[in-house]
Design a binder for this molecule. Structure first.
Ligand SMILES: O=C(O)CCC(=O)C(=O)O
Length: 275
């Protein structure tokens, strides 16, 4: 197996991007991984898609996509170490914490490869999938890894500017579909998107361009993750994770109750001040 080239850009000052994320609900950070690493991650994604089919986990999800030109890959964290690195990438975590605060959980990590002929899914916000309205604050964020250039023609994620301010379904305008526009980002970028932003996948109208995106989904720690990582990750994978990653995945006995972790640690600590 080829070794992974660790040539990520060093952590940078993202003040402007964080401000844009807070105010406008999204930001694009180009050059997070270089071309060689992007190509390697993409190759591993294709291998994961094939492995998924071999294991009987279909990459076509009729409840999400209109046809099989969208290739969905679930359980990325189990498939390959490279995805375990990306989900905890310091730059991604920096953006997540800027929106959600220091404590968060990794709720999901999946891929959507939109191949030529892929069509749009339904309009949604990811926060609305895990929290009932009203949506008053950002409790979720997507970190989207762009493994190709992303633009309207190849199915770039369509989003509605300002929609992260909609607090209820009744605020979605009747002409919402006309308000959609595509993210534009070069390969190797991260697009960070507030979980309240309404969006959908674009249609890939190119002849031969694939649009592979990875969706890292992070939430406030009091929300139940979309994936039960205790069930989805093998014991080998779980044991290989850092302590920090185990906490972010809610794998400990206290699962997703961050504050309770502190209490448990206190109870387990020496009790000399009790005398
Ligand atoms: O593939 C995309 O551009 C968007 C996918 C998405 O929003 C989803 O799967 O929930």
């Amino acid at each position: 197996m080829a070794t992974l080239a660790r040539v990520d850009a060093p952590l940078r000052d993202l003040s402007a991007e964080k401000q844009q994320l807070a105010e406008q609900g999204f930001c694009v950070v180009p050059g997070v991984i270089d071309a060689a690493r992007t190509a390697e991650v993409l190759e591993r994604l294709h291998r994961a898609a094939q492995a998924s089919e071999r294991m009987g986990v279909s990459t076509f999800m009729p409840i999400l996509d209109p046809n099989a030109s969208n290739v969905r890959v679930f359980y990325l964290l189990e498939h390959d170490a490279v995805f375990r690195e990306l989900i905890g990438h310091p730059l991604a975590v920096d953006l997540v914490q800027s929106l959600l605060g220091e404590e968060f959980l990794i709720s999901n990590f999946t891929a959507n490869i939109a191949r030529p002929g892929a069509g749009s899914m339904f309009l949604h916000s990811d926060q609305s999938l895990v929290v009932p309205e009203p949506w008053l604050e950002p409790w979720a964020i997507n970190i989207i890894w762009c493994l190709s250039d992303v633009r309207f023609e190849n199915g770039g994620t369509l989003h509605i500017k300002g929609s992260h301010r909609w607090t209820k379904r009744s605020e979605i305008p009747a002409n919402a579909a006309e308000m959609l526009e595509s993210f534009v980002a070069p390969a190797g970028s991260i697009v960070a998107m507030d979980g309240r932003m309404w969006h959908t996948s674009g249609a890939n109208i190119t002849k031969d361009e694939e649009r592979p995106l990875l969706f890292g989904y992070y939430t406030k720690p009091f929300l139940r993750p979309q994936v039960n990582w205790n069930a989805a990750l093998s014991p080998e994978t779980q044991n290989a994770l850092s302590e920090q990653m185990q906490i972010w995945l809610g794998l400990g006995v206290t699962a997703n109750t961050g504050i309770a972790e502190t209490h448990v640690n206190r109870l387990a600590a020496p009790q000399e001040d009790k005398a």
